[in-house]
Unconditional design. Structure first.
Length: 313
């Protein structure tokens, strides 16, 4: 391989040593002639992450760069890894992204076909088949990619950093990731890149597996994080109120709330949410599709409650 990589894989990580080991092994088995490197930034892990990355540095076929910082969040870790990257393009993934052997080559070919420094390529993600089935994983993760099926070019709100590649200098000129955001940080950057001319193309052949089993509690916590992040984003960019509304931001004027939201909130008062969760569990056992419908409504209700709390803070 050439000393100069054409692509740098950016991996922020925190306390997921065993999953990160799977991720690094899979990247070391990529079937491509393109020279690339892996840049891992450990965000202050307290498990054996350091040992896992050090072993990869010593034994991997692909060059691995090991960075470490005090815990400051995934965005700060991404920015530090990007600053150390030498590749012309960045392939940004999470530490629970397990790539198929052709993923790096699929990104390379997609960029070669499209051309242009403003081009970004979104790969597909699906739940790792090695994990036990979880209805919550499918609800949160697979649903996002199912909505993209059959599309060629997608919007900035699909700039999902579990499997996306972009020109390094183009990203740096946009300011990188906002370290103050702890959710929706990827699509927030996507919006800034789009204002600079980014075109985001979907390449489902660039496939990665999401090795993260999502349970009920984690699924509902995501709703609360999404709500809080939307309010932070709104305070940073109030001119995006219409776009943020499409992402679920509701509230008093100028945010507004659709009639369906008011009806849903009346049907699911906060005091009765534990009862609704019990009903969703029981319904899921009888009819998974009907159960998913209730879980989606519970997710949106939790999200609106988080928005209300954040707006009042």
């Amino acid at each position: 391989m050439s000393d100069r990589p054409v692509l740098s894989v950016i991996i922020p990580t925190y306390n997921r040593a065993d999953t990160l080991r799977l991720c690094l092994r899979a990247f070391d088995r990529q079937e491509t002639d393109a020279p690339f490197e892996i840049v891992v930034c450990d965000d202050g892990s307290t498990d054996h992450t350091g040992t896992v990355v050090s072993r990869a540095v010593a034994t991997a076929r692909i060059p691995v760069v090991h960075l470490r910082q005090e815990n400051a969040g995934a965005n700060a870790a991404r920015n530090r890894a990007i600053a150390a990257a030498r590749g012309e393009r960045l392939l940004i993934v999470n530490d629970d992204t397990i790539p198929v052997p052709s993923l790096v080559e699929a990104h390379r070919l997609a960029h070669a076909r499209r051309g242009g420094r403003e081009t970004a390529i979104l790969g597909r993600m699906t739940i790792d088949p090695a994990l036990p089935f979880s209805p919550f994983s499918a609800l949160h993760h697979d649903a996002s990619y199912d909505a993209l099926a059959g599309r060629d070019e997608v919007g900035w709100d699909a700039f999902l950093t579990c499997n996306v590649s972009v020109d390094r200098r183009f990203l740096e000129e946009a300011g990188g990731f906002d370290p103050k955001l702890f959710w929706h940080e990827d699509i927030e950057l996507g919006e800034r890149l789009a204002r600079r001319g980014m075109r985001l193309f979907y390449a489902p052949e660039a496939l990665g597996y999401h090795h993260h089993l999502l349970d009920e509690a984690a699924y509902l916590r995501i709703a609360e994080r999404e709500g809080a992040a939307l309010v932070l984003w709104y305070r940073k960019r109030p001119d995006l109120v219409a776009d943020l509304g499409r992402l679920g931001l509701v509230g008093p004027p100028p945010l507004g709330a659709a009639a369906r939201h008011r009806v849903a909130d009346l049907a699911m008062p906060q005091a009765l949410l534990p009862g609704w969760q019990m009903a969703a569990r029981a319904l899921t056992r009888i009819s998974p599709e009907a159960g998913r419908s209730v879980w989606r409504r519970l997710f949106q209700r939790r999200k609106r409650l988080a928005i209300a709390r954040a707006l009042a803070a």
